[in-house]
Every structure is written in C-alpha cells, then in structure tokens.
Design a protein around this ligand. Structure first.
Ligand SMILES: [Zn+2]
Ligand SMILES: [Zn+2]
Length: 198
C-alpha cells in the first residue's frame, strides 16, 4: 500500500466513499495555507479557516458543499484604513474518484453530464478515494474571492498625495499651488511683452 502523506488539510473520507448516498459532516478549523493574497488583502498563513460543510458521495466521486470563514487582513487600497475581518465564502467542489471504471460507456456518459453541470472546481482524491486534500480548495477559494483593490467605501477619496492627510475627513483640503515653472513663464511673458512694446 502506498504511504499517505498526512497534512493538516487531509480529510479522511473513506467512510463516505464506500458507496453513493453517504454524507460526512466537517465542522472545524484548518490552518490557512500560504500564498493567499498579499499585504493589501490576504489570509495569513496558519490562521484558522473555519470549514463547515459536508462531503456527499455520488456515483463517481464526492461533492463538498459548505462555507469557509477566514480571518482576512485588509487595508483600503486608497486610504490605508484597516478593513480586517472575517470573510465567508460558499463553496461547492467535486472530488472525482480515480477512474477505476474508465472504459465503461456508462462512466463516460456520467462524465459528460458532470462536465456540463460542473460550476465549482474539481480536485483529486488521494489513496484510492480514502482522503481528500482540501488545501488547494481553500487556497483557490480565497485567492479568487478577495478583491484586488479593497476599498473602505466605493468613493473613498484616499490620502493627500502631498501630505498624507485623509481626504475623507477633510474633503476641502488643498495646498496653495505655487508652481515655480509657471511663475517663471509668467515673468518671461511679461518681459517679452515689455520688449516688444519698446
Ligand atoms: Zn479608504
Ligand atoms: Zn495635503
């Protein structure tokens, strides 16, 4: 027998995989895998992601449906305001059995139908369907769900580019514009006009 590498994300599912129509509940925390997001928005590696859902066995694999809830750290991309908080995502994923029945016409039909209806992602089971590794599912779910540019509100005015003041709190804030280039041009223009007039 092949040795299984147990990870923090390996869920034993043999009890539901034995035949179709079985259900297994999952309701616990898993450590966040690395690589979700960045310093603007992301889930820190090792932080607990709560998984609440169930594996249901159908003829050609397991379907996981449930909710992932992760502590997302985020700041507004414009004003740096802290937007951290729990983020929940509904998930549906398919874990097909390795094609033990490959070659049967019946199985091909099932796969075509599954392919058409499949809206969620597909992940492999390991050790002949004994374990489901949900790490890629956790990662993919949050990587695709998190916004690239989180904003504290859609019309966030951001920070003053010159002094860093929060423009949401001081919308009237402006700096006296004394642009030396224009001041020089103005002086040159006056000088030329004087010379022409002479
Ligand atoms: Zn903001
Ligand atoms: Zn300013």
């Amino acid at each position: 027998m092949a040795r299984i590498e147990y990870t923090d994300w390996t869920v034993p599912v043999a009890q539901v995989g034995s035949r179709a129509g079985q259900t297994m509940q999952v309701d616990r925390d898993f450590p966040a895998p690395g690589g979700i997001g960045d310093s603007i928005v992301g889930v820190k590696e090792g932080e607990p992601i709560h998984v609440n859902g169930q594996f249901d066995s159908i003829i050609d694999g397991l379907i996981f449906t449930g909710t992932f809830t992760a502590p997302v750290t985020a700041v507004c991309a414009r004003c740096d305001r802290d937007l951290s908080g729990d983020w929940s995502e509904q998930v549906t994923a398919f874990f097909p059995y390795e094609d033990a029945d490959a070659g049967k016409t019946k199985n091909e039909d099932v796969e075509i139908i599954a392919g058409e209806e499949e809206s969620g992602d597909t992940y492999p089971l390991i050790d002949n369907g004994a374990f489901a590794n949900i790490e890629p599912l956790l990662r993919d779910t949050f990587v695709s769900a998190l916004p690239l540019n989180p904003l504290c509100k859609p019309d966030c005015k951001g920070l003053c580019p010159q002094c860093g003041l929060d423009l949401n709190e001081s919308p009237e804030h402006v700096h006296e514009v004394t642009d030396l280039r224009f001041a020089d041009l103005e002086a040159l223009k006056e000088q030329l006009e004087r010379e022409q007039g002479e």
